[in-house]
Write a new protein. Structure first.
Length: 422
């Protein structure tokens, strides 16, 4: 029961953070629903980086050549999984179960799981308050909802260099191991950005997705470069000059805004070696379209860059009513798959070669359907059936529910549905 008390103490500590954040949630809803005007640069990540030397740099931030916006995802792995310690006596999980996942950007992660094991941490940058660097590939991530999560390694988001566009110094590249803390802040209107964020409509075998685009898990600005080989030689094309890209034979047909059309192949920007086409679709969150499902993208210019930092509220905690196959209902704070407990975390699964990463705060109901999939209803009313992932198959380690300080456990195969309370 020691760990149960620890979990309850943590939840109590987070309560003030959740209450303080509730007015932000209301503001977020009003801003989105009311269509309030957003500044052109609101969506760019902004913050202050303090070094171990005591020096600090403040400005727009970018992780390597990739993440640049508040809805981009910060990845690592969790060091502690306290819910596993609260499993009922005699309940054992499948032993020596390994796993493999390919993160956005083509990062391949493998692990061996002997009951608990390593689990992936993912959050939108907008849901993070500060990152405290504790080692070459280690950090403590302080979330807006009050969670403090110790992470380590795996993805290049920990250990990678960070670029700051400091207002006094200009562009500065900072080494991770020399950083002390990264404090995120509301993006001011005074920042100067070359180019604009990519937005478009992506046609796929799974239907149409609309939103902010990260091409090949990297190119997300009009100034980023698409490279490929034409019949006349190698070409480097700024993304802002491109009207559309269409899969064609073994490469891509690229149409420029001036009407010129080029066939390109030979690089991961334009053929089946691409690391993924990310779309931030307001219906689902972040989706990754694989090359097999991709048909065509048409780019459009937008007068914004995405949601502002103050519209992210940290997601609260996962409170739900869990119904088993006998119809019995239990309500409380849950640890989904024994590791996800916050609304900022993600439900992962695939459908028709499209991988969905849906923030739990967008999820209303999850209904397991057999051993390989689940039916998911979102708060918006959208529905999608997901498979091919630990979250939505019999690889799921089940649900730990905390009720009046007492833990209760339901295995995935015993679940009828999970209804979240937001």
């Amino acid at each position: 029961m020691k760990n149960a008390r620890k979990l309850m103490q943590q939840e109590s500590r987070k309560m003030s953070a959740r209450m303080a954040g509730s007015w932000i949630a209301g503001l977020s809803i009003l801003t989105i629903a009311g269509g309030a005007a957003a500044h052109e640069y609101d969506g760019f990540i902004y913050g202050k980086v303090t070094m171990r030397s005591g020096d600090h740099y403040e400005g727009r931030l970018r992780w390597g050549k990739e993440e640049a916006f508040w809805d981009d995802l910060f990845h690592s792995s969790k060091v502690e999984l306290p819910a596993y310690d609260e499993l009922p006596r005699g309940r054992s999980l499948r032993k020596d179960r390994g796993g493999r996942i390919e993160l956005f950007g083509g990062i391949d992660i493998k692990w061996k799981d002997s009951g608990g094991g390593t689990r992936i941490f993912a959050s939108r940058f907008g849901d993070i308050e500060t990152i405290e660097v504790t080692g070459d590939e280690d950090a403590v991530v302080h979330m807006k909802n009050g969670d403090d999560i110790e992470v380590s390694g795996y993805a290049n988001d920990v250990g990678n260099s960070i670029t700051v566009w400091d207002s006094s110094l200009g562009k500065v590249d900072l080494k991770w191991r020399r950083i002390d803390t990264i404090e995120f802040m509301q993006t001011p209107s005074s920042i100067d950005v070359d180019g604009y964020r990519l937005w478009g409509v992506v046609d796929t075998d799974a239907g149409e997705f609309r939103g902010w685009i990260q091409w090949d898990s990297e190119e997300c600005l009009s100034t980023d470069i698409l490279d490929g080989e034409s019949q006349d030689g190698e070409l480097d094309i700024p993304m802002g000059r491109i009207r559309s890209i269409e899969k064609h034979r073994g490469g891509s047909q690229v149409e420029l805004k001036d009407g010129r059309t080029l066939y390109l192949d030979g690089t991961q920007d334009v053929d089946d070696s691409i690391r993924g086409i990310m779309v931030e679709d307001e219906r689902y969150g972040r989706v990754e379209v694989r090359w097999d499902a991709f048909d065509r993208v048409v780019f459009e210019e937008k007068k914004s860059s995405g949601r502002a930092y103050n519209t992210y509220n940290g997601g609260g905690r996962l409170d739900a009513t869990v119904t088993d196959l006998d119809g019995e209902e239990l309500r409380g704070h849950i640890y989904f798959d024994l590791d996800e407990s916050g609304g900022f975390e993600f439900l992962n699964g695939s459908s028709v070669d499209v991988e969905y990463n849906i923030p739990f705060q967008m999820v209303s109901v999850i209904e397991p359907r057999g051993s390989r999939s689940a039916r998911v209803q979102l708060v918006s009313g959208e529905r999608v059936r997901l498979g091919d992932g630990q979250d939505v198959s019999d690889k799921n380690d089940g649900v730990l529910l905390m009720r009046d300080g007492e833990p209760a456990y339901l295995a995935w195969e015993d679940l009828e549905k999970i209804e979240f309370h937001w």
